[in-house]
Structure formats: C-alpha cells, structure tokens
Ligand binder design. Structure first.
Ligand code: ADP
Length: 338
C-alpha cells in the first residue's frame, strides 16, 4: 500500500487526479497539497467511500508535512495554457514552481518516485533531474515525465480516423505508441505497419499525426480561456501512476512510454546513440520497463523498426526537443543567463 502526495491538488488537473487516486486500492494515504483550497478538495475527496486516508495541506509551511513518507509524488502544479499560448510559454512560471517543489521532495522524501505533469514537460523534467543532481539526490530510475496523454489521444484519434463503427479503441491500443517529447512536433506517434499503411491509403496519415501532436490545442480553443486539457490529463496521469503503483507492489507490467533521463537508465545510452542522427538528446519519451516501481530500462528496439515516415518524424522532433531540454538544464545551471 502506497502513500501518494499530489502537489497542485486543487487545480484543474489536480482535483480529478486526486479523485481518481482516492478510488485506487493501491493507495493507503493521499496527501493533497496546494497554495490554495487544498483542505476543501481534501474534505470533498475524503468522503468517497474507499479505505484510503486523505489529508489536505495548504501553503509552503505545510509542504514538508505533505511530503514526508511519500512513496510517490505527482506534480501537476503550475499555470495552465491559455488560447494562443504554447506549452513553452508556460516555461517562465512553471520552471520555478517545479524547481522549488522538487527541492522540497529532495529534502523530505528523496526516495519517492516523481511524476512530472507540469508543462512544458520537455523542460520541467530536465529541471527536476538537474535540481536533484545538484542536491546529490538524483535517482534517474524514479523521475518520470508523464506523456500518457499523448498515448491516450493517439489511441482515440486512431479510432476516429479508422472509423469508430469498425474499430474499438481497446483493439487498436496495442498498435500505437508515442515517443519523443510532450509538445507539438516533438510528439511522435508510432503506428504498427498495418495501421500506418491503412491511414496512408485513406490519405489520413499526415492529418492523424498532426492531430496527435496538436490535440491539446483543440481543448484550449474549445475551452476559450477557461484552461487546457484537465480531465483527460488527469485520467492519463492516473493511468501512469496506477501502473507505477502496480509495479511497486510487485506486479509485472508492460512497458509504458514516459519522458526520462537517458544517461541514468540501462538502455538509455543505446537509445541516445540510435537517435543521434541529427541532434544528441539526453531526455526522450520511450517505452520504459518498470520493476518494483523503478524505471529498470528503456526500450530501444522501436528505433530499428521505424518506417521511413516515422524516422522522419523523429528526426524533425529532435532539434526542438534538444532546445527545450537545454532551456531546462540552463534554468538550473545558468540562471543568470535568463
Ligand atoms: P491545470 O489546468 O494545469 O491543472 P490550474 O491553474 O487549474 O492548472 O492548476 C494548477 C494548480 O497548481 C493551482 O491549483 C495552483 O494553485 C497550483 N500551484 C501553483 N503554484 C504552486 C506551488 N508552488 N505549489 C503548489 N501548488 C501550486
């Protein structure tokens, strides 16, 4: 049974994510932290009829207590996207939030697994890793950027493209994965050959790829100033958290994509080498093998299997991804240059 802390629990993602975690039988204690309204959210969620204990913590003075003893810390804290903003526009605000929260994690629960949801993930994960490294507390097997929403969208949109009448999402799920990063063109959906050819035959492949890469914009636009994807993101974050908790409990789970620090993981250097045709990167979203709640290895096999169209998408992703990673690393190591 695991103790889970959500940082940013009163937000648009944090609230439904906290609710879902309350329904998870693998969670025994749920600590909900935010700068505002955390006790209210905790009181509400605590009434859900499951055994997990819920507590609310508000403001920096309570952050340490919220974190102490946590096995898993999920971070959706930050500011959301508004229309016309890219995930990178969030950098200036969310970078500092993630850095300060991760510093508190290093102090109060350094062994906890860390799931980073705050965008831009392509930069906030490097900020988390470099912050922990600086503090001498990095265990790269325990830091994950959550990219599951890209997978959720890739599966849903594949059913949309191929026809919901003829295809069930559950049947398509194993034929698609997503690698790369978690913003725009850095998101690379990878389809099994049959689905790739079928979309091409129908002239839908390019529009499918574009929709997976920019699907978040549909939500930002539709919400018209009221925020970005929160419900689907909460579900996706919960899926990854639950998978990790199942692994932590000793269950064997299938590899799942996540944005990880390659030099810190078995297989990571091989993957970096295989990808490095254009631009070397130290971070990449790839299928990760979990064991006992840790990232045990990164899968590299997918690189050799890439169709030329898919390799072209990876090559197009790498320069933007490398720039976002550099921005995160520089935030920690060269703050005066900002
Ligand atoms: P999203 O749609 O991404 O969830 P919101 O603005 O609805 O965006 O939620 C973000 C949450 O993060 C808010 O509840 C906000 O109070 C919280 N937050 C912002 N900064 C911090 C911080 N330093 N520590 C904890 N929570 C924070």
């Amino acid at each position: 049974m695991a103790r889970v802390t959500v940082l940013g629990a009163a937000g648009g993602i944090g609230q439904p994510l906290s609710l879902l975690l309350k329904t998870c039988s693998l969670v025994s204690e749920l600590n909900l932290y935010d700068l505002r309204n955390a006790p209210g959210v905790a009181a509400d969620v605590s009434h859900v009829n499951t055994d997990c204990r819920v507590a609310g913590f508000e403001g920096p003075a309570e952050l340490g207590r919220a974190l102490r003893g946590a096995d898993l810390v999920v971070i959706p804290a930050g500011v959301p996207r508004k229309p016309g903003m890219t995930r990178d526009d969030l950098f200036g605000i969310n970078a500092g939030i993630v850095q300060s929260l991760v510093t508190a994690v290093a102090e109060h629960c350094p062994a906890a697994r860390l799931l980073i949801i705050s965008n831009p993930v392509n930069s906030t994960v490097p900020i988390a890793v470099e912050t922990l490294k600086r503090l001498g507390k990095l265990n790269a097997a325990r830091v994950f950027g959550v990219t599951t929403l890209d997978l959720v969208r890739a599966q849903s949109f594949l059913a949309d493209a191929l026809g919901r009448d003829a295809h069930r999402v559950a049947d398509l799920a194993s034929h698609v994965t997503v690698v790369g990063g978690h913003a725009g063109r850095t998101i690379v959906p990878l389809l099994a050959d049959a689905q790739l050819r079928e979309l091409q035959r129908r002239g839908l492949y390019d529009s499918y790829v574009h929709r997976v890469q920019f699907g978040g914009d549909e939500v930002v636009k539709a919400k018209a100033g009221a925020g970005s994807a929160t419900l689907s993101m909460a579900l996706a974050g919960f899926h990854f958290a639950e998978l990790l908790l199942r692994s932590l409990a000793g269950e064997a789970v299938a590899p799942e994509p996540a944005f990880v620090y390659l030099p810190g993981l078995p297989g990571g250097a091989d993957l970096a080498r295989a990808l490095a045709a254009t631009e070397p990167v130290d971070y990449f979203a790839a299928p990760v093998r979990l064991a006992a709640g840790d990232a045990a290895a990164v899968d590299t096999a997918f690189v050799a299997d890439l169709a030329p169209e898919q390799r072209a998408l990876v090559d197009a992703a790498l320069p933007e991804l490398a720039a976002s990673i550099r921005k995160g690393v520089d935030f920690v190591h060269a703050p005066k240059a900002r």
